[in-house]
Structure formats: structure tokens, C-alpha cells
Design a protein around this ligand. Structure first.
Ligand SMILES: [Zn+2]
Length: 416
């Protein structure tokens, strides 16, 4: 019987010892009997998404976990987000990652995420979609998860070499940045900067007066009256995982960045409105979707955003609770899938997000692989400390995925 792999990716799972948890990490403090069972029967290690000491974003961490060298294929956040919302990019298009934000009349940022707006962004995006800019450049605009959105510019002589208007995290009170050509001698870059600025101004006028924002103000909520832009990029052709290895993959996810990477790498995307990419996501429904996908696909990625959300909110207790829920869901899949005895389980994350830092760091991520035919080491628990003495040692995200693919016999031999 053909072997299958289930890779559970817990976003931002890695952490540091926290005093209030008895100098344990949220993963170590959580009760995770199923993860521990996998650790006990499998092989563990620590993973650097790209290489030791390099902090990565979810996009880069996920590209590595999907088997790509981000240094070769990374094309900016914009095109990934565009793929995540099913926006087909032409070869001359430029895509931006966008945020709905709250900005004052003088350009000061009150909230970079419009207080994490979750309702009505579809209608706001529709109001900006299909705008035509002064030189005929076309605008495509789509809402993504929560406050996130995507802008694609379609026209002639565009360039992705432009700076962001978004000053970055924790910049409340800062001014919106002026979008400029990051390659000043490039006429295309200067032109694109002007067009992105024109879009931002027109978008602001439309959003200010939009009924959804009027209602938000009446209800005491911050209006989503501005679109912050960053991560400009162009489409870059990529060979799908199925072309590179004899394998078919599926990805169960709610977050549009992850869905975008899955699409770009040739994975089937399995999603549902109940997959919120937040702490309130329906974990058991995701587990069931992953279990179903194992029937039709060789490798199934199950992505959970919750741990990263709790970490950014500096909430280690919430992170532990979420990890416990994933452990329960993992136990459910183990009980059903192990009956066939042909599923290799892998636990990983796309990077570490320590709760006390509230941001991604370069701390390595605890990982494990367990299943029929997988070597065993002496590690008995899934946690940062325990995994540091595991048999996988220290490996990169790419090497981790290759190890999993090898265990399901879809890789090829180097040499004759
Ligand atoms: Zn992440």
C-alpha cells in the first residue's frame, strides 16, 4: 500500500521558556499526549526554516516547508497573496500585499489593521476593484483573511521596485510612508510608485464615505478608511511539487498566504469558512478535512494559524490551550489513519514566535516524524528542550520536507 504523509504545520509554534509557565515553553506546558506518543515512537529534531539566525516571515517559512529554496523562488508577498485569493496574475502585472487600516486626515496611522476588521471587507474591496488609474492602468482588488487584501496593477511598463506605504508592525501614531521607486533610475519604478500613490488617494476617498465605514463609526468601531501597501512583486514561474517528485499534495488551510503558497507549488487547496486562520478556527473540521484528503493525496499539509496569533498577542496560556486542541485533533487523525498503517506523521512550524517577544525570531522550531518504518530516537516528548537531543539533529525546512518525502518513497536516487 502506498505510503502517505500528514504534515501538521503549527504557525509560530516554537517559543522560549516563560517564567509564569515554570520556565517551560507554551508547547512544553501544554498537555499533548498524542504529540508525545508520536515523539516516543518517532524521530525528533530542531529545524531552522532557512538557516540558523535568520528570522523569516510566514511566506518564506512556508515556501521552505513546501520544498522550495526561498532564496531562488521568493517573489515578494504580493504575488503569494494574489494566488491565495485566486487572482490570476499576468506576466507584466505587479501585486501588493494590502492592509485595510485606520488613518487620520493628516496621514497618521491609528490602527494598521483597522482594529483587525473581520466583517464587510468583501464589500469594501469590491468598491475599489476595477478602478482605472489616470494612464489607463487597471486595478484589481480583493479582500483576503481579516484586514488583509491584495492589489494587482495591470498596465504597461510596471515595476515591483517600489517602497511600501506601510511602515510596519507596532507603528501606531506613525505617518503613512510615501511610496517611492526603490530603483530611482528606473522610469517603470517611478511610474508604478505614482500609480500606487494615485490608487491610495482614490481608495481613501471611496472608503471614507463607504456605508460600511459609516456604520462602523456609528457603532464606535474604527473605520477601514485606508489601504496600506507593501510587498510588491511580480509573478515568478515555479515547478510544482508534482512535477519535481512523483507525488500529489493537498493543503488544508484558512489563511490566504498559506493558500497562495499551496497553489503556487501545485497543491490542491482545501478550505472552508469555518477555517478562520485565528484562535476560533474549527480544528476538528480541519482534522476531518485532512483525514479525507489522505484518501486522495500522497502528502497533506494541515496548517493552523492559532499559535502565531496567540504569540503576537503575548498570550502564552492561549497558545498552550490552542496546542492542546490541536493535539486532540491529531489524536483523532492518528486513531483513524493508523488503522491503515501507511501514514507518516510529521509535526513542524513555519518559524518560532516567542510570546514574550510577540514577533518572529530565529529560534529553531521543534519537529518530529513518526510512522511505519521511521527510525526511533530517545526523545519521548514533543517540545523545544526534548527535541534538541533528537535524531534528526538540526535541519532546514527544506531538508525536513525532503526527509518526509523520502519516507513515503516519492523521492529519486542521486547517482546510479
Ligand atoms: Zn507564520
Amino acid at each position: 500500500m502506498a505510503k502517505k504523509a500528514l504534515v501538521i504545520i503549527q504557525d509560530g509554534v516554537g517559543d522560549r521558556p516563560i517564567e509564569s509557565l515554570g520556565a517551560r515553553t507554551p508547547l512544553e506546558a501544554a498537555q499533548t499526549p498524542n504529540f508525545d506518543k508520536l515523539a516516543d515512537t518517532g524521530i525528533c529534531g530542531l529545524m531552522d526554516p532557512l538557516s540558523p539566525g535568520i528570522r523569516v516571515g510566514t511566506d518564506v517559512g512556508m515556501l521552505a516547508l513546501f520544498g522550495y529554496n526561498p532564496l531562488r523562488v521568493y517573489c515578494g508577498r504580493g504575488p503569494i497573496e494574489a494566488a491565495g485569493v485566486n487572482l490570476e496574475m499576468g506576466k507584466d502585472d505587479v501585486a501588493f500585499r494590502a492592509n485595510f487600516a485606520t488613518v487620520t486626515d493628516d496621514g497618521s496611522i491609528v490602527s494598521r489593521r483597522a482594529a483587525r476588521i473581520r466583517e464587510g471587507t468583501g464589500a469594501l474591496a469590491e468598491a475599489l476593484d476595477k478602478m482605472t488609474l489616470s494612464d489607463g492602468t487597471q486595478v484589481m482588488f480583493r479582500a483576503a483573511t481579516e484586514h488583509r487584501a491584495v492589489l494587482v496593477l495591470r498596465g504597461e511598463r510596471l515595476s515591483h521596485m517600489v517602497t511600501p506605504s506601510d511602515p510596519g508592525p507596532d507603528m501606531a501614531g506613525e505617518k503613512v510612508l510615501e511610496i517611492q521607486a526603490s530603483l530611482p533610475q528606473s522610469a517603470a519604478a517611478q511610474r508604478t510608485a505614482r500609480l500606487a500613490t494615485e490608487f491610495s488617494r482614490k481608495a481613501r476617498e471611496i472608503l471614507q464615505n463607504h456605508p460600511i465605514n459609516q456604520e462602523r463609526k456609528r457603532n464606535g468601531l474604527l473605520p477601514a478608511n485606508y489601504v496600506l501597501l507593501r510587498g510588491a512583486g511580480v509573478r515568478r514561474p515555479m515547478r510544482s511539487l508534482a512535477e519535481r517528485f512523483n507525488t500529489r499534495g493537498a493543503c488544508v488551510a484558512g489563511e490566504s498566504t498559506v493558500k497562495g503558497i499551496a497553489k503556487m507549488t501545485g497543491f490542491a487547496v482545501i478550505s472552508d469558512p469555518a477555517f478562520t486562520a485565528n484562535l476560533d478556527t474549527d480544528i476538528m473540521k480541519k482534522a476531518q478535512a485532512a483525514l479525507n484528503a489522505l484518501k486522495d493525496f500522497d502528502i497533506v499539509m494541515l496548517h493552523l494559524k492559532g499559535p502565531d496569533i496567540a504569540s503576537h498577542d503575548n498570550d502564552p496560556a492561549a497558545k498552550s490551550r490552542f496546542l492542546e486542541q490541536v493535539d486532540t485533533a491529531c489524536g483523532y487523525i492518528m486513531a483513524k489513519a493508523l488503522a491503515h498503517d501507511n501514514v507518516v506523521f510529521a509535526l513542524t512550524g513555519d518559524h518560532s514566535t516567542p510570546c514574550e517577544v510577540g514577533e518572529h525570531t530565529a529560534d529553531p522550531v521543534p519537529v518530529l516524524i513518526s510512522g511505519n518504518g521511521v527510525l526511533r530516537d530517545n526523545v519521548k516528548n514533543y517540545g523545544e528542550h526534548a527535541c534538541s537531543s533528537g535524531g534528526l539533529g538540526r535541519l532546514t525546512g527544506n531538508q525536513f520536507l525532503l526527509s518526509v518525502l523520502d519516507l513515503i518513497d516519492v523521492t529519486y536516487r542521486f547517482g546510479s
